[in-house]
Design a binder for this molecule. Sequence first.
Ligand code: MSK
Length: 632
Amino acid sequence: MSEVNNEIFIKIEDMEAATLSLLETAEKVGADTYQQRVKNQTPHCKFGSEGVCCRICTMGPCRITPKAPRGICGCDADGMVGRNYLRFTAGGAATHSDHGRNICHVLYASSEDGDYHVTDPEKLKRIAKEWDIETEGRDIYDIAHEVALTGLEEYGKPFGVQRFLKRAPEVRQQIWKEAQIEPRAIDREVSQSMHMTHMGCSSEPEALVRQSLRAGMSDGWGGSMMGTEFSDVLFGTPVPCDTYANLGVLDKDQVNIIVHGHDPAVSEMVVFYSESPEMIAKAKEVGATGINVVGVCCTSNEVAMRHGIPMAGNFLSQENVVLTGVAEAVVVDVQCIFPALGPLSKCFHTKFITTSPIAQMPDSEYIEVDEYNAGEKAKIIVETAINNFPNRRQDVINIPQLKTKANVGYSVESIKKCLDGVTNSHVDVLNTMIPLIDCVKSGVLRGAVAIVGCNNPKIRPDYLHIELMKKLIANDIIVVVTGCAAQAAAKAGLMSKEAKDLCGEGLERVCRLVDIPPVLHMGSCVDISRMMILASDIAKDWGIDIPQIPLVGCAPEYMSEKAVSIGNYVVATGIDTYLGVNPYTSGGPQIEALLQGSVKDWVGANFTVNNDLDELTSSIQMCFSSICICSM
Ligand code: MSK
């Protein structure tokens, strides 16, 4: 390994200094970077920012101004904002759910002698039983194929609602029914959202917001939940493991392969072949000491929590990874991949390899991977990276010496197991959330915050994630993380067990006794479905509904449609949600009044939009104080 400082905590200023040094490399090689493109795009269009621009038909585009309060069809500001918001949500729900669909296909293709196997048969059987699928005396792959097919039918079934809704407390299921937001077939909710927003259909604010919640629910309690559950069946349910984070995980002496995107079906195979003796021998033949796979964005979460693969960075670090000059290949699957990586890679020796028909980009090498050819194609990808090692430009190598420890992989199953370790074997509380509930009831913990989502250049990158987490844990509030928020935490050292030293007295005690970090890694964006199960299990074990738990969601730096879809299902699940960026709704007062106000009457939770660190912190704390634990 090259010389890298293994710090316990890394300050955001040190990460920013590293970025500045990489931007010097960018200038040297004539590369374009997002920092420059932000300048080129600023100021942003005011109409688009407020959501009052409509280009749904060709009579426009129409924009709302004081002089023109309606579009040509007569749609007003709230109609436009509501339709845009619903389309935004549908885009996110479609994206997560299609990821989930691909995992269903991979499960359907799994076999004893194929590339993909059932790694967690017990979890598969649990899901099969939940879905009334026979398990007794059957071959595990017969069960896998029937479960996968049943999952695929959730996308287009003509009648009924999503099967996983039954995992929620009964009172919550009833609320969804009464609010008319129970998701039916996943594709139906996405398709109906597009239909409702077509010219000449819905412009009534309440109808548009209700369908936004329903479309989001089809993601969180449908497509994403299947994506998570079946990924666990195929690749293993995560258990806590140690890894490293930040740019210092890149190694100048090894062949560096960066896996980036979301779908673990590709990265699992790349990891598998990069560890094969045959490939390691080939890497040595070209002068490297080995093969170093590192991750970016949610693919990073997937392989970190199942294999301990290091996390190089998150969304706004993706260009930095290439700018180090040591990336032999950036291998991407789907979502959150800058098209800029193509031209950027051309300034270095880096091969930018796209693998999915869903994410094809200029200036990339396209090696299509599917569920039947994955092994063979992954081997070609690893060989391509190895053969590229001798082509490095030695004059532009710059690996910032930042590296932290991280403890990752807290699935719901693992959290319960950790809690079991401190129950002194009281059988009645084993495999429950009761030890955690007792900590909250006794005031040792004040509550929990789920911090999720991306980076966005509108917010100082990683600042809100990291500083908010620090303030929360110092106040005895435990944090659970997914997505790029997780990598922000890891890069700063907040997912190390040493981070207990930054906690208030109560949380420090819990972390010490249970042997966990105060910021728990629950996985990738689709794994926010794990948080929904966690919240449901806590509520059921406590005998209350989800809004009564001192738990909130927060996406302080989000940027994607998927995050808005997530926000809708988290709120619909009864969890108050804080957003750091306005989802283009400020031009629609009635839509904002619903989202940030009266949806609470439907589902017991709503949105707050705020990106001021201190206000966010105190607002979350006030939210917890308003929940009277002692009366429960
Ligand atoms: S990867 S959706 S930038 S969290 Fe899931 Fe990160 Fe946001 Fe993509």
